[in-house]
Design a binder for this molecule. Structure first.
Ligand code: DNO
Length: 348
């Protein structure tokens, strides 16, 4: 397991030095953030990120994300030029030593929560998803935003996009994903880069938009779209775990044995009747079997990247929702401890 940590580049208030001080930290997870979706990333920007990272004693091996242009997801005739740009990004990142690219195929919106600062009994805050709050949200008002979302959409763009998606159901989205993968995976083979799709978060359709990377059946289908090791997963426990029908331990076991998990996002959530709340990473705080998941990874000799995912805001920290330093660092340490103990147990 290669421990990694998301870093939002030079504008991130959390320094690379702090990240490198977390025990056992191996690689950053970052991206070029100032180039619009669908364009080629300048080599200088990539080189700068790599240099800063390596100067801090960390590796520059994981990108999250190279976003997929909406025209590709929609299957529009203009998609080919965006796919060409995507291929070029894969080549450039491969040249810079990147081994894993995380991306998603969620229409319009990335991960969705209905409140970003739900106060828990202990005074910490976290991200939550409550159905009754979602029902009151208007996706077309142009005001919804989360870290990592494409914030360039204007109200009119959103309306137009929603119109276009009326013609795209799950089948069509699968077809468009296959078309994309068939073109990029051969480039990944040459560039020695693994693609790692992030599941839909939460794993069900939102605002009437289709979502497909949601459960075991669909992930099986996804992996067969192009049956190459390069076509793999970011297995995000918090995303897939929001649907209690997903047996995470079984899925992690199966996909890691197949060598198709390149990147793990590990976090815990508490499942409620009306949605879920993000919690501390520790097993007893949420509904997910984090130890069970880590155990199968250890047993299967998982040597991909693994990062703590969203943290709560604790100790008075403020910053990007889900992406403060303190609770993610605690998460990293917890996951390290669990890993070490499980490895030790296995050796005996
Ligand atoms: C949320 C993240 C996602 C993820 C993208 C990958 O915190 O896990 O935004 O980066 O879905 O493309």
């Amino acid at each position: 397991m290669k421990l990694s940590f998301r870093w939002y580049g030079e504008s991130d208030r959390i320094s690379l030095e702090y990240i490198s001080q977390i025990p056992n930290m191996y690689s950053v997870v970052t991206a070029v953030y100032d180039v619009p979706v669908g364009e080629v990333w300048p080599r200088e920007n990539i080189a700068r990120l790599k240099k800063l990272t390596e100067d801090a004693g960390l590796k520059f091996e994981v990108i999250e994300s190279v976003p997929v242009h909406e025209d590709i997801k929609l299957g529009l005739p203009t998609r080919d030029k965006y796919i060409e740009a995507y291929k070029e990004n894969i080549r450039r990142l491969g040249e810079a030593g990147v081994k894993c690219i995380c991306y998603n195929f969620m229409p319009v919106f990335d991960w969705t929560r209905t409140q970003l600062d739900k106060v828990a009994k202990d005074g910490s805050t976290s991200l939550v998803y409550y159905t009754e709050q979602l029902e009151k949200m208007d996706p077309l008002n142009g005001e919804l935003s989360l870290p990592g979302w494409d914030s360039s959409y204007k109200k009119e763009d959103l309306k137009h996009l929603f119109e276009q998606y009326k013609l795209v159901d799950e089948e069509k989205l699968f077809e468009n994903l296959k078309y994309f993968l068939e073109q990029i995976i051969p480039v990944c083979e040459e560039a020695d880069v693994n693609m790692a799709i992030h599941p839909d978060d939460p794993p069900w359709p939102i605002f009437g938009l289709p979502r497909i990377i949601t459960n075991e059946k669909n992930i099986d289908r996804f992996l067969k779209l192009v049956d190459s090791k390069r076509n793999g997963l970011t297995f995000c426990t918090g995303s897939l775990g929001a649907d209690p029908n997903n047996d995470l331990v079984k899925m992690v076991d199966k996909y890691s044995k197949m060598g198709r998990i390149h990147f793990m996002h590990v976090r815990n959530i508490k499942i409620l009747n009306n949605g879920f709340e993000e919690t501390a990473h520790d097993n007893t705080y949420g509904s997910l079997d984090i130890i069970g998941i880590m155990r199968v990874l250890v047993d299967n000799g998982f040597d991909g990247y693994l990062r703590p995912d969203h943290g709560r805001m604790i100790w008075g920290e403020t910053g990007k929702p889900g992406y403060g330093l303190y609770d993610r660092a605690l998460g990293a340490s917890y996951l390290n401890g669990v890993w070490e103990a499980l490895e030790e147990e296995r050796r005996k």
